[in-house]
Design a protein around this ligand. Structure first.
Ligand code: FAD
Ligand code: DLZ
Ligand code: SF4
Length: 512
């Protein structure tokens, strides 16, 4: 063939830049399932089913459009197990003159791609990923010369550029950000519509059998897999979100409820990240819902900000600071992850709920990831690299470019404040206010120290005390440290001792 177009598992968009100028008469597509990608971390079984099944459906979609696709399955005979190995095999068979690929999302894969020209002796054309509104280079320019990389300013620039929720150069509603209205605790709502579920078709059933057989020691189960795996079904999820959940999205954005793992969240990250849905099209649909009076501004602005703000911003940060970003460890934290991160077996009801839902669904929403698991990891001083690997494993939407800045930066403050101006540290009071997890927990959220007290309370103050040299100069923590200093020495010792007793138990592998 003339050009061989290599499409990766998170590039499942017919409009992907590598397909620009594709000539079905002369060009071919290469897609491959490889051991290297399925095991570089022990991905949750439902994540594997989702990605492999979506890849197979996408290959069918391309064939349906008249493209010639060489598709290598994981258990095909001769599968070399790596992208480079599969490229070499395809070159031997198809003798292309050139390789075309859209830039990979992850640093690790881009490094491999950079070695290809030497390894294969053919030209390799790497194209920009046009699915993002802000290119890696444009973000670099935006960041150049700025003392602080404040997301809010980045977001405003993208709002101006896209014209989303803009009116004559000003933000609709007179404010850029309505987050203050999005911090309400949730009330159980028996009438909340159900999120869509899809029965596996024959392709998905085959992948489920493959994953169950080959990845026994990975988290979770393939049973109950109900994600969309085609563009059409992903579009159904998006349409249902705009009608059923967007109107309440803002109000419950930060809330957590037992028995309601999804609330009004969109469950769209999986589909956006692999390319089944276009982020800008989703934002336009949300904007339309506002303009037509179907959803309030706080909800629509919040949703749009997550996508054109946070999502684009974390990608920019990732490419700006990799590869050393992955090794940042501001607090020099080195505790190993407790075993309950893989079982959910702990008496701390918030953690057992969130980790249990993670194991069941390969999903947790933002506040669960940030303020329950992430908060616990930071306060107990878990090794940020291990925490990062866990997040990359367990969530079906986890690709390093988006996961790493959220974990290392936003949730662990391991980058020392590049991404956030202060650590997202919280005592039990936060979980008590924003969820119903504490009712029925073995621990008492109101008790500060001693046996039976919510562990987050002592851990919170102990974390601030332990890291005072690094944090007490932070203006946004001035009030908090003033409160700590106002306590009596006995109170402070109580907190320290309670935290130490907890950490000793944790390290001994005792049930906590
Ligand atoms: P919704 O709440 O419905 O939000 C709408 C969309 O906004 C999401 O689909 C997503 O595309 C985008 N979005 C929201 N917040 C963020 C954010 N902070 N960064 C980037 N995009 C965002 N998101 C991932 O896509 N992959 C990850 O691996 C990932 N890891 C995370 C790890 C931690 C510790 C934290 C705190 C957040 C992480 N996030 C990650 C961001 C966010 O939690 C998820 O995007 C969101 O929970 C996905 O569920 P949803 O589609 O229902 O989101
Ligand atoms: C996540 C993933 C998995 C589990 N498996 C594959 C695969 O077998 N083949 C493939 O092309 N892509 C897979 N992916 C997605 C890739 O890891 C993703 O495209 C890169 O990390 C992006 O740099
Ligand atoms: Fe979590 Fe503490 Fe509430 Fe228990 S009491 S659910 S440990 S915050």
């Amino acid at each position: 063939c003339r050009n061989l177009v290599f499409i990766l598992g998170d590039q499942l968009s017919p409009s992907i830049s590598s397909l620009d100028g594709f000539d079905p008469e002369q060009d071919m597509v290469l897609m491959c399932e490889v051991a290297e990608e399925t095991t570089y971390v022990r991905h949750h079984k439902k994540k594997l089913v989702f990605i492999l099944s979506a890849m197979r459906h996408f290959a069918d979609e391309l064939v349906g459009r008249g493209l010639d696709v060489r598709y290598v399955r994981l258990d095909d005979r001769g599968n070399s197990g790596s992208f480079t190995g599969e490229l070499l095999r395809a070159i031997a068979d198809l003798k292309p003159r050139k390789i075309i690929i859209t830039e990979a999302g992850e640093w690790r894969v881009m490094e491999a791609v950079a070695r290809w020209p030497d390894q294969i002796g053919l030209p390799v054309e790497v194209r920009t990923d046009g699915r993002f509104l802000c290119s890696r280079e444009a973000f670099r320019q935006w960041a150049a010369g700025r003392r602080e990389l404040t997301m809010e300013f980045f977001y405003r620039d993208i709002r101006r550029r896209t014209g989303l929720l803009m009116q004559g150069g000003a933000p609709v509603g007179g404010r850029w950000n309505f987050d203050a209205e999005n911090r309400k605790p949730a009330e159980p709502d028996l009438f909340r519509p159900k999120h869509l579920e899809f029965s596996p078709d024959a392709v998905t059933l085959a992948v489920m059998a493959l994953v169950a057989r080959r990845f026994k020691n990975h988290m979770g189960s393939v049973d109950g897999f109900a994600f969309a795996v085609t563009r059409t079904d992903a579009e159904h999820v998006a349409d249902a979100f705009m009608t059923d959940f967007l109107p309440g999205f803002g109000n419950t954005q930060d809330a957590m409820l037992k028995g309601d793992p999804f609330l009004n969240h969109s469950l769209l990250s999986f589909y956006i990240n692999v390319g089944l849905l276009d982020p800008m099209a989703l934002c336009s649909a949300a904007e339309r819902a506002y303009l037509e009076g179907r959803a309030p501004l706080n909800a629509v602005e919040g949703f749009i900000r997550q996508i054109i703000g946070w999502r684009e911003y974390v990608r920019g940060v990732y490419w700006l600071f990799m590869p050393d970003y992955a090794g940042r460890n501001f607090f020099a934290a080195e505790r190993r992850l407790p075993a309950f991160f893989w079982t959910g077996e702990t008496d701390m009801a918030c953690l057992s709920t969130v980790i249990g839902e993670t194991i069941a669904n390969a999903y947790a929403h933002h506040i669960q990831r940030l303020m329950v698991v992430g908060n616990f990891a930071m306060l107990t001083g878990l090794d940020p690299k291990a925490v990062h690997q866990w997040y990359l494993e367990v969530y079906a939407d986890a690709f390093e470019w988006v996961e790493l800045p959220n974990v290392i930066g936003m949730s662990q403050f391991a980058d020392g404040g590049l991404l956030g101006s202060k650590p997202y540290a919280a005592s039990g009071a936060y979980v008590g206010r924003m969820s119903d997890y504490c009712e029925g927990c073995r621990y008492d959220v109101r008790r500060k120290t001693g046996e039976g007290a919510c562990p987050f309370n002592a851990l919170y103050w102990d974390f601030l005390d332990r890291n005072a040299d690094k944090l007490s100069g932070n203006r946004r923590l001035a009030q908090t440290y003033a409160t700590w200093r106002r306590m009596t020495e006995d109170q402070r010792q109580d907190y320290r001792q309670s935290a130490r007793a907890f950490l000793v138990k944790l390290d001994a592998g005792k049930r906590i």
